[in-house]
Write a protein that binds this ligand. Structure first.
Ligand code: ZN
Length: 147
């Protein structure tokens, strides 16, 4: 087999869109993961130094809305969905090197680190903004909650 080579050896990091942890993987998701998996398998075949990583996106209003609908905590929802997603990807032989979650100690650590570095250099500032507040729930509401 003819060897394909990039001019300069480099590490290649590949990912796919992070699926929201608010429901099952569907065919639309799988199209992307299968196409990406084919690309990654090709890179491995030609002996490129490739890493295929992905994760459940566990943050945002869709998670909170779905958990409330199911009358479970967001933490329970993301734990249940993670198990389903991992099994679905396994069933379709998607060859992630690592499939993880954005709700991880590592993600929190690096998010805090990046935030603090930006803040310490003056790139983050505060200002007053208007938000919707629910007296009944005693909390501010995400845009998706407001009709
Ligand atoms: Zn309310």
């Amino acid at each position: 087999m003819k060897k394909f080579r990039t001019l300069k050896r480099q590490k290649i990091l590949v990912t796919s869109a992070l699926p929201y942890a608010n429901g099952p993987i569907h065919v639309g998701h799988l199209v992307e993961y299968i196409q990406t998996d084919i690309f990654v398998r090709f890179l491995r075949l030609i002996e490129e130094d490739v890493l295929y990583v992905c994760a459940d996106d566990t943050h945002g209003a869709p998670i909170e809305i779905k958990a409330a609908e199911l009358k479970i905590t967001p933490e329970q929802l993301i734990a249940d969905v993670y198990k389903e997603h991992v099994q679905d990807f396994k069933d379709f032989s998607i060859s992630f090197d690592n499939y993880y979650t954005t709700n991880s100690p590592e993600n929190k650590h690096y998010s805090d680190l990046i935030f603090l570095r930006l803040k310490n250099k003056g790139y983050i500032y505060t200002k007053d903004i208007e938000v919707t507040y629910c007296e009944n729930c005693k909390r501010t509401l995400p845009d998706r909650y407001v009709k």
